[in-house]
Write a protein that binds this ligand. Structure first.
Ligand SMILES: C[S@@+](CC[C@H](N)C(=O)[O-])C[C@H]1O[C@@H](n2cnc3c(N)ncnc32)[C@H](O)[C@@H]1O
Length: 239
């Protein structure tokens, strides 16, 4: 299992960067977090009785906002990343599970599970499948797992080949100003999974063959990477 990206997020956690940047977003995208939270709450059909686990929760931009709507919230990530989340918790409502998810043994099960902007940092397609299988093992019957913000190379290529995509990219470069890439200067992760249409469809097919209703769904256009990323919603096995 490659750990370079996981360790890089821990390096960002120990830096003096903002929590927005530590979570992998540009400063200019901070204002979109509220839209992301609403989209997640709708896709997970979050209810006040829900127990939510967020795997790869980062410094908690999403989990902190979601935790006030539900019965219990648990975040998993590197211990140095969780240290930043813990500093932000004011009402004691978030439990944490420290460590690489593939090496953790979480207790109990959850009615809703969120994995957002995480699977692209795993090593290969086999690790993504194992990661999702492990998460599904923690899902209550009839629960929902949302795997969100999945970059898809084929969607990106199609978008960049369109006139809209070219104009969007030009405006994006102008608007990005001189904000540095937070990963500049950190070890380069040479072992990263390739996600494309074929892999996304193969994931959906294998999940359905295992008995899970699962769907690839778009993101609202106001979300920062909506043109090139998508989400997968998986419904737990019937109780
Ligand atoms: C781009 S950040 C997203 C954080 C948060 N989900 C959000 O959207 O605000 C990706 C996070 O996934 C975590 N992560 C990556 N691989 C992981 C693994 N194997 N186990 C647990 N967390 C992992 C990283 O440490 C990082 O904090």
């Amino acid at each position: 299992m490659g750990h370079t990206s996981f360790d890089n997020f821990a390096r960002l956690a120990r830096s003096d960067l903002s929590n927005t940047t530590r979570a992998g977003r540009l400063s200019k995208q901070a204002a979109t977090v509220a839209d992301i939270v609403e989209d997640i709450a709708a896709k997970l059909t979050l209810e006040s009785s829900d127990c939510l686990l967020e795997i790869g929760c980062g410094p908690g931009d999403l989990l902190l906002a979601l935790s006030s709507r539900i019965a219990s919230a648990t975040g998993n990530d590197h211990p140095d990343v969780l240290a930043n989340l813990e500093k932000r918790v004011t009402n004691g409502r978030i439990d944490t599970i420290a460590g690489n998810f593939m090496e953790c043994a979480p207790n109990g099960t959850f009615s809703k599970i969120l994995i957002y902007s995480v699977i692209q940092y795993l090593k290969d397609q086999a690790e993504v499948v194992a990661f999702i299988d492990k998460a599904l093992g923690l899902l209550k019957p009839d629960g929902i797992l949302l795997i969100g913000d999945i970059p898809n190379r084929d969607r990106k290529r199609r978008f960049m080949e369109s006139e809209t995509g070219r104009q969007f990219h030009k405006a994006w470069l102008l608007d990005s100003g001189d904000e540095a890439d937070p990963f500049d200067g950190l070890p380069v992760d040479t072992d990263l999974v390739a996600i494309d249409d074929a892999f996304t469809m193969s994931l959906l097919l294998s999940l359905r063959q295992k008995g899970y209703e699962s769907y690839a769904v778009p993101q609202p256009l106001e979300l920062p990477f909506s043109r090139t990323r998508e989400d997968i919603v998986i419904r737990g096995l019937r109780g």
